[in-house]
Write a protein that binds this ligand. Structure first.
Ligand SMILES: N[C@@H](CCC(=O)N[C@@H](CS)C(=O)NCC(=O)O)C(=O)O
Length: 271
């Protein structure tokens, strides 16, 4: 069911873009290449899609997430906020026009990438650090024991080492063609990461840190692998992982990236 949904969502998105003459969805995780001297290669830079809305939230307790709908890194905190039922603001950063490299956005995230979070006067960047922060700040998706909290953070760190290869495979298949040797290098790494998740779910546990409730480990790992279908990786090859993803998909507030992440600035009411 989830596998079918993943394919459907991604196909519809692709068709809409194609019909609009836009080709494939620009952006993804690796961004557009920047030439020496900072000139962007690719992207149109058209119109006033040329600014990121940097306005502060009136209420500093209301998180504001900066992100993009094509980005798995943005999806992770977006999913956390959606599953938590918190009210928050979303500010879109157009990766196609290179707004992640605009001076106003670089002042927020000097790495020139999405996502970024503003909350209580703080700026938090890097998707897994944002998940760590949100779990501490809100208490949602935090482990019950100290051991579980450290285990969740170990999963996030491993995610950045291993699951991130899925994002690379997806990017090279969908957004930028590369020498087949590059794909031949990254695809087995991506598949090996999925094997690890499959094995870890082999002891009958429902969630990655083995507690009765999902944690930031589940959100972070799923959030990065969500575009696997765009990388040509079929979730059905990992049945326990697929069942785990379906458990996540059954949680109130869950959505897939193209449904959850708006293409424009938006305000989300809490529930
Ligand atoms: N380690 C970072 C990676 C962030 C990242 O790669 N963001 C991508 C989108 S998924 C991006 O902004 N790419 C545009 C660029 O690099 O120019 C995180 O987890 O937040």
């Amino acid at each position: 069911m989830l596998a079918a949904l993943l394919h459907l969502t991604l196909r519809i998105e692709g068709r809409q873009r194609f019909a609009a003459g836009l080709g494939t969805v620009a952006g993804g995780c690796q961004g557009w290449p920047i030439a020496p001297g900072g000139v962007m290669i690719g992207g149109t830079g058209a119109g006033r899609r040329g600014m990121v809305n940097m306005a502060e939230a009136e209420d500093p307790e209301r998180p504001v997430l900066f992100g993009s709908f094509t980005s798995s890194s943005s999806y992770k905190p977006m999913l956390f906020l959606a599953l938590s039922g918190l009210g928050f603001g979303f500010r879109t950063v157009n990766l196609k026009t290179g707004l992640q490299k605009s001076p106003e956005y670089l002042a927020l995230n000097p790495y020139g990438q999405v996502p970024a979070l503003r909350h209580r006067g703080l700026t938090v960047i890097q998707s897994n650090v944002i998940l760590d922060y949100l779990a501490r700040a809100t208490g949602h998706f935090e482990g019950r024991t100290e051991q579980a909290r450290w285990a969740a953070r170990a999963w996030l760190s491993w995610e950045a080492d291993a699951i991130t290869n899925i994002a690379k495979v997806r990017h090279y298949r969908r957004f930028r063609s590369v020498d087949p040797a590059v794909m031949a290098y990254f695809l087995p790494l991506a598949e090996a990461a999925l094997d690890v998740v499959e094995r870890s779910l082999g002891d009958g546990r429902d969630w990655l840190v083995g507690e009765e409730a999902p944690s930031i480990a589940d959100i972070g790992c799923w959030g990065r692998m969500v575009f696997m279908a765009e990388g040509g990786i079929e979730i059905g090859r990992w049945p326990r992982l697929q069942a785990w993803a379906e458990r996540l998909a059954a949680l109130p507030g869950f959505g897939l990236p193209y449904d959850l992440i708006p293409k424009k600035d938006a305000e989300f009411a809490g529930r």
